[in-house]
Write a protein that binds this ligand. Structure first.
Ligand code: SF4
Length: 154
């Protein structure tokens, strides 16, 4: 991968969003994996976040999916938004949400929170116009910060 050109990587990862931007990071990250880490993906947060384009979200996902970590929560925009709407946390930034979720949730769910809330966020608890009328947990949700909801599809 490190030997490919950025345009070759663009073609490989298309239609991922921001594929041009990400292709540059993929190449740079792969080059660092070879030159600094002996061709192996590192297993610590500190080392993973040295890689170009890799922040805590991606590093947590690699640790969970690549190394079967039970100690990490991957917080993306969906996890951040829904955790705040549900009142599990009161935070402004995803990195704050990650730390707050370690306190607010049972650790047996940590590796699965991203999987469940991303799917939930794409289909029901959407960023704009969440489908609260169709939501099976509506009775238990305080809907913090929700001002407008989408039309029910029932
Ligand atoms: S009730 Fe609305 S805000 Fe609460 S989880 Fe469901 S869709 Fe999201």
């Amino acid at each position: 991968m490190a030997k490919l050109s950025v345009s070759q990587i663009e073609k490989l990862i298309y239609p991922v969003s921001f594929y041009r931007h990400k292709a540059r990071y993929v190449k740079a990250a792969c080059e660092m994996l070879v030159t600094r880490f002996g061709g192996r993906v590192p297993t610590t947060m500190e080392e993973l976040t040295m890689l170009p384009g890799v922040g805590r979200k991606t590093a947590n996902l690699v640790l969970i999916l690549g190394f079967k970590s039970q100690q990490n929560i991957c917080v993306d925009t969906h996890v951040h938004r829904i955790s705040n709407r549900l009142g599990w946390v009161t935070t402004r930034l995803p990195d704050e949400t990650e730390q707050a979720l370690y306190d607010a949730t049972d650790r047996r769910w940590w590796p699965y929170i991203n999987l469940y809330l991303v799917t939930w966020g794409q289909n029901v608890c959407r960023p704009v116009y969440p489908r609260c009328g169709d939501c099976v947990i509506a009775a238990d949700c305080p809907r913090i910060g929700v001002t407008r909801v989408g039309r029910s599809q029932k």
